[in-house]
Design a protein around this ligand. Structure first.
Ligand code: NAD
Length: 487
């Protein structure tokens, strides 16, 4: 049975106005399995003409059946979509594992998280409301929360399901009509999401999905004068292009960009509890996580112990094809492997200390994009490996002495996405939560990508705007003030 027959739709088509159609230019892109490097099919290469059609379909939905629904009705549809995602977790996990290369258990977590976003935003759709505002005598003033209109969503390949759930889920809950441009490297679950939305009864045009290249379909979406809001998740470079393109149309933008997120381990930390968080937050999804914890800052009194215990875990890490469900899968592409290998070469060239490496399984296919997870100790905070986002399973360990040094190092990169603080000292917990410049601070835990309920987003070059949690519903809506004079 072909993939299309199994899925119930043809992955080489795009989804516009409730129909599976061929892209206007009739072109396709190869679909690669990162675990083997083999081409396993093709997807559509949508372009500007398809984006124009998708934006027009979304506008028609706002003026038609979708726009006429109540918040309760929208919420029920999202909740049904969540149910269907749960019913199809195994298939979605299999698709994501094959497309992204992430081990099956991690892909399964992403599918469950997608369902959770839909449940959360389905339940929240009719719970967002305005306020009454005391004003002059003879007036009644209140505010309304209204949809932006047509929202554009450009997502990366690393967590397609989770990012679609948090971005498109919240936008639909608020009554927007969405145009989704998934990443060219991994868009199967975005297409499956459209299929599920259709089955759940989402009115035509409320969701449109156009796979294609970033510089074609992505650029066309971000510069489109017909959209009213754009949510972009991806690299800093492309994020600033998207923001500039949207600025020309004065369209508001949410940017979820990269990170160099630290975990700070103090001498009074519960190291036993911290260990799995320290390592997993660096190697989850082969380190290709915006909120990966790629810097571990350790107080000098416990430094040797932490490095050795992390190294022990690294030596036991097994790397192999997604379907084997080991600790770490391949990177997404040959290009990504080249980037990560470049950082490892730089570490060798500069004489940095490799504390430990994981093991690529002997029978991992030669064409797969595997790298050994690598723990590098004693790194200076200003070295490139401690400053740049590597986006691979590489963590650096940096020693510190005073609390003030730890804060300065934690804040000493261009990014500010997530931080973790490991200490039993309550006063220090509170001080650091304030002193660290990030969108999230975890105390005695760390959530790489986790927490549907928790508002998420960056400061500095990690971006601006918040997704996830209830907060996203404010971002995906506009506040209107109504002032009525009645004497
Ligand atoms: P990327 O910026 O290359 O691509 C992201 C998306 O943008 C893709 O859909 C791509 O097709 C599209 N795109 C590319 N060029 C474009 C253009 N000129 N105009 C419009 N769209 C364009 O990023 P990537 O390599 O796919 O993802 C990795 C980056 O994403 C990392 O920096 C990572 O930290 C970041 N990321 C951030 C978050 C977050 O929530 N903060 C989550 C996941 C990934």
């Amino acid at each position: 049975m072909s993939l299309g027959e199994r899925l119930g739709f043809d992955p080489a088509r795009i989804f516009i106005s409730g129909e599976w159609i061929s892209p206007a230019g009739g072109r396709t892109l190869a679909l690669e399995n990162p675990s083997t490097g083999e081409t396993v099919g093709e997807i559509a290469r949508g372009d500007k003409a398809d984006i124009d059609n998708a934006v027009a379909a979304a506008r028609a939905a706002l003026n038609g059946g979708w726009g006429a629904l109540t918040a309760l009705e929208r919420g029920r549809i999202l909740t049904r979509m969540g149910r269907l995602v749960l019913d199809n977790v195994d298939l979605l996990a299999e698709l994501e594992a094959a497309d992204v290369g992430k081990p099956l258990a991690q892909a399964r977590n992403d599918a469950v998280a997608l369902a959770r976003y839909l449940e959360f935003y389905g339940g929240a759709a009719d719970k967002v409301h305005g306020q009454t505002i005391p004003y002059l005598d003879g007036y009644t003033v209140y505010s309304l929360r209204e949809p932006h209109g047509v929202t554009g969503h450009i997502v990366p390949w690393n967590y397609p399901m989770q990012i679609i759930g948090r971005s498109v889920g919240a936008a639909l809950a608020m009554g927007n009509a969405a145009v989704l441009k998934p990443a060219e490297e991994a868009c199967l679950t975005a297409l499956a999401f459209a299929h599920i939305a259709d089955q759940a009864g989402l009115p035509e045009g409320a969701l449109n999905v156009v796979p294609g290249l970033g510089e074609e379909a992505g650029a066309a979406l971000s510069a489109h004068p017909g959209i009213n809001h754009i949510s972009f998740t991806g690299s800093v470079g492309v994020g600033s292009l998207v923001q500039a393109a949207a600025a020309a149309n004065v369209v508001p933008v949410t940017l979820e960009l990269g990170g160099k997120s630290p975990q700070l381990v103090f001498d009074d930390a519960d190291i036993e509890r911290a260990l799995p968080f320290l390592v997993n937050a660096g190697i989850q999804n082969a380190g290709q996580t915006c909120s990966a914890s790629s810097r571990i800052l350790v107080h000098r009194d416990v430094y040797d112990e932490v490095v050795e215990r992390m190294a022990e875990r690294y030596r036991s890490l097994r790397v192999g094809p997604a379907a084997d469900d080991l600790d770490v899968g391949p990177l997404i592409s040959a290009r990504q492997k080249e980037i990560v290998s470049g950082f490892l070469d730089l570490a060798a060239q500069d004489g940095l200390t490799v504390a430990a490496r994981g093991n690529v399984s002997a029978d991992a296919p030669a064409g797969g994009h595997y790298v050994e997870p690598t723990l590098i100790a004693g790194v200076s905070p200003d070295h490139r490996l401690a400053q740049d986002e590597i986006f691979g399973p590489v963590q650096v360990v940096i020693p510190f002495d005073a609390e003030s040094d730890a804060i300065a190092i934690a804040n000493g990169t261009d990014y500010g996405l997530v931080a973790g603080v490991w200490t039993r000292d309550g006063g220090r917990q509170m001080r650091l939560a304030k002193a660290i410049h990030t969108g999230q601070v975890f105390i005695n835990n760390y959530g790489a990508g986790g927490g549907v309920e928790l508002p998420f987003g960056g400061v500095s070059k990690s971006g601006h705007g918040r997704e996830k949690g209830f907060e996203a519903l404010y971002g995906f809506s506009v506040l209107k003030t109504v002032a009525a004079h009645h004497g």
